[in-house]
Ligand binder design. Structure first.
Ligand SMILES: Nc1ncnc2c1ncn2[C@@H]1O[C@H](COP(=O)(O)OP(=O)(O)OP(=O)(O)O)[C@@H](O)[C@H]1O
Length: 771
């Protein structure tokens, strides 16, 4: 499989770069004019300055030649195309650089005239409208090379030199999508969220999805990434190297969600290490995976905060930008062929945002396909995108090269009248806002006629409505561009059949064995939750409760009927206390981790059974730590039978009760996956079990007496009585005699297993976005 994946890159050498160009999805253009036109976009900035060596594309691409292979990252012989050979890598890079050099020379000689003319004309119209040309030349080196761009670049924040982000070759994946529609039923009425979106992205490109809030960017990104969740109907065609989506693709896709889904109490390094251990292929050793983590930390400029906790609402942790970089690190650590990002720059300052987009650029230029949604990019960010999709109310307003978006809108009569960030201009248009924008005569006439019909002719009324603008833009795209774009999508890809079949033929694979998954998740669980369990608040709570109980039952005497009743009350309280607490701790487990579970299962990080078992067992040592403190204090203060056998049997009974109660909490949480509903159901259940526990009501009506058998309080209480008294006095137990306690132990063990099976089945039923 490795050879198949690497073949296109190895065999063709520089040919790989040719494929990464955006025009690969188009049919071979006719010579001269078409050729130079297709190249104009990427080179126009450069050619207009007549200085090829300062071009963004050339400087970006030529950096290949400078890189060295990463020691830790290159594990050979794995299914993800991690190169085993540094020589091979450098050979590929050299070939790519050589190819680019040739390409640029070719570009300069054959297409320069037309490109210059085209650039000049664009330059004229931009200047006229106040639009400033791409400002790369004026940026400081730090801005140009956000995290790193060559080995000598300094990290602005850390003030330390940084390595260039370097990834190994992977299977290049061409993404095409045609007529993608998405409908949901809102209160019984179908609502179209996306109406026929078509486009493509090739390896080496960054495709930006832009549009106003609610225009459908996230929905489209989720569909393209195979992560659409929810009740909606998806129509249309999405293909990866001309093949439909299949589960084995999950391991080639990185998906950074809009909300940062991270564990609060893990450090940056721990977070990335666990991701590496779980996601990187089995062929890599643990040491190689850890080395890769270090590389990623270094490459993302996270070394200063690598030992800082991620943090959350209640815990101070890393900054927003660092958090976002950790999320990106979590995905790029697997060296994905396709990287999807949902608003990676939202909430970040412009410098950090630029650094993140530059990082995406670096990733793309290593042959990955990058698709990102973006809300309101600055003009500097905007010029970093290769391709652009502009959405408005779920419809496609533009798909094409980002650099050709402004000329396109000018060609349909929409031109900014003042100096404007192109992204701001496009978003205004997508919102139907034509303030400071020249309106096409077609739209002007329509408004004029509408106003005449309505006989309102105040000046303001001449502004077209948002609906009119939207319809005009949709029609304009449909009539002028869509047909051509869709036709190009039908063209077969210039890739070998091997590359196509690699996607469908490769089996769904797990990064590690089941047992390794279990042990990694177990350790991660302990690390994440040790803070909760060992918090002084909880320890104080348990110690305070046990001391109060010990004082109230101080050296209780069971030789008198009253003393016996009192001691039985204490035993019942212990049964209830250690039945109540674990239920309410456990119901939060799965609802709280739902987002993380969805995300990680969608990425095929582990089997659900490994996660479930690790999640439920990693809580145990910590869950059993507090009851030990409790029992030691209460048992001896209250004067219960002071022999080792009695104490340890009582302790064991409490443990059984805790594990059974935990199972109930897990089952309720997993079946409802909603904290409010789960808390309500749990409180009713726990109260019922407590009342049926055999202490409060002695004469339970026969038609409801069966309820006690479901109550773990009932079984725990009877076992605690059995341990303390031989034989158990009749006044303490109901009509049902207590023999040797085996029935109670069996009932508790059945609950321990039964509730957990129920919880597991409920989780299995829950659909993840990628399943
Ligand atoms: N399952 C659903 N049920 C009902 N409405 C939905 C559903 N999914 C998406 N929508 C609606 O579809 C529209 C597009 O949502 P989407 O999240 O894709 O927008 P967006 O462009 O990403 O917005 P933002 O930039 O604010 O994140 C919104 O109006 C949203 O309310």
């Amino acid at each position: 499989m490795e050879s198949i994946m690497e073949k296109p890159m190895m065999d063709t050498g520089g040919g790989m770069i040719e494929r990464t160009k955006s025009d690969q999805l188009a049919p071979p253009p006719p010579p001269s004019s078409a050729q130079s036109l297709s190249r104009t976009a990427s080179a126009e900035t450069v050619l207009s300055t007549a200085d090829v060596t300062t071009t963004t594309s050339l400087s970006r691409k030529s950096s290949f030649g400078k890189r060295s292979a990463s020691g830790g990252a290159g594990a050979g012989g794995n299914s993800h195309g991690y190169s085993s050979s540094n020589n091979n890598n450098s050979h590929i890079r050299k070939s790519r650089s050589a190819q680019l050099k040739l390409e640029m020379e070719d570009l300069v000689s054959s297409g320069a005239a037309l490109s210059r003319a085209s650039s000049a004309s664009l330059g004229f119209s931009f200047t006229f409208t106040g639009f400033t040309p791409p400002p790369q030349d004026t940026m400081s080196s730090a801005e140009l090379h956000p995290f790193s761009d060559d080995d000598n670049t300094m990290d602005i924040e850390a003030g330390t030199p940084r390595k260039k982000l370097m990834t190994e070759p992977t299977l290049p994946i061409y993404l095409k999508f045609a007529e993608v529609k998405y409908k949901v039923a809102v209160k019984g009425t179908p609502r179209e969220i996306l109406s026929g979106i078509s486009g493509s992205a090739a390896p080496g490109e960054v495709l930006a999805l832009m549009g106003p809030s609610g225009s459908g960017k996230t929905t489209l990104l989720s569909i393209l990434g195979g992560r659409v969740a929810g009740p909606g109907d998806v129509e249309g065609c999405v293909s990866y190297n001309d093949e439909p989506y299949c589960k084995s693709l999950n391991r080639r896709i990185g998906f950074v969600t809009q909300d940062d889904v991270l564990f609060t109490h893990l450090t940056v390094k721990e977070t990335l290490t666990y991701a590496a251990l779980l996601r990187l292929p089995r062929t890599m050793t643990r040491q190689e995976k850890e080395e890769r983590t270090i590389d990623i930390i270094y490459e993302l400029g996270l070394e200063r905060c690598q030992d800082t906790m991620i943090g959350g609402s209640f815990v101070r942790g890393v900054s927003g930008g660092e958090r976002k970089r950790v999320c990106i690190g979590n995905e790029i650590i697997i060296n994905p062929s396709l990287l999807f990002l949902d608003e990676p720059t939202s909430g970040l300052d412009s410098t950090t945002a630029l650094r993140i987009i530059q990082l995406l650029h670096d990733i793309a230029e290593d042959g990955k396909t990058v698709i990102t949604t973006i809300h309101q990019p600055s003009s500097r960010l905007f010029h970093k995108f290769d391709k652009l999709i502009l959405l408005g109310r779920g419809s496609l307003l533009y798909f094409g090269k980002a650099s050709e978006a402004m000329p396109y809108f000018q060609s349909i009569g929409c031109t900014p009248l003042i100096a404007m960030n192109p992204a701001e201009f496009l978003l205004d248009l997508a919102n139907g806002n034509t303030t400071d924008v020249s309106v096409p005569s077609e739209l002007d006439d329509k408004v004029h006629m509408e106003n005449q019909n309505l006989q309102t002719n105040t000046k303001n009324d001449y502004k077209p409505s948002a609906q009119d603008v939207h319809e005009y833009l949709v029609d304009a795209y449909e009539n002028r561009v869509a047909y051509k774009a869709k036709k190009q999508l039908l063209d077969p890809l210039p890739i070998s059949d091997d590359m196509k079949t690699t996607i469908t033929s490769s089996k769904r694979e797990w990064g590690t064995s089941w047992w390794q998954q279990y042990s990694i998740l177990f350790c991660r669980g302990i690390k994440e939750r040790r803070h909760d369990y060992l918090s002084w608040m909880r320890i104080t709570q348990v110690i305070a409760t046990s001391v109060i109980l010990g004082l109230l039952w101080w050296h209780s005497d069971p030789s008198t009927p009253k003393g016996l009743q009192d001691q039985a009350g204490l035993l019942f309280f212990i049964a209830v206390f250690w039945g109540f607490f674990p239920v309410f701790t456990a119901i939060f487990t799965f609802p709280q981790e739902r987002a993380m579970l969805n995300k990680e299962r969608a990425a095929d990080m582990y089997k659900l059974s490994a996660y479930f078992l690790a999640r439920t067992t990693s809580d145990l040592p910590l869950d059993l730590f507090l009851p030990v403190i409790f029992m030691v204090i209460v048992y001896f203060m209250a004067g219960l039978k002071a022999t080792a056998a009695h104490f340890f049997l009582s302790m064991l009974t409490v443990f059984l009760s805790i594990i059974a109660a935990q199972g109930l909490g897990l089952a309720i949480g997993a079946s409802l996956l909603d904290i409010k509903k789960a808390t309500t159901l749990a409180s009713v259940t726990v109260m019922t079990f407590m009342l049926a526990g055999g202490f409060f009501v002695k004469k339970v009506p026969p038609f409801i007496s069966w309820l006690r058998y479901l109550s773990f309080n009932y079984h725990t209480y009877r076992l605690l009585l059995k341990v303390q008294y031989h034989p158990v006095p009749d006044i303490l137990i109901n009509a049902i005699p207590l023999d040797n306690g085996v029935t109670e132990v069996v009932a508790l063990v059945a609950m321990i297993i039964g509730y957990r099976v129920l919880a597991y089945m409920s989780l299995r039923r829950t659909k993840t976005s990628a399943s």
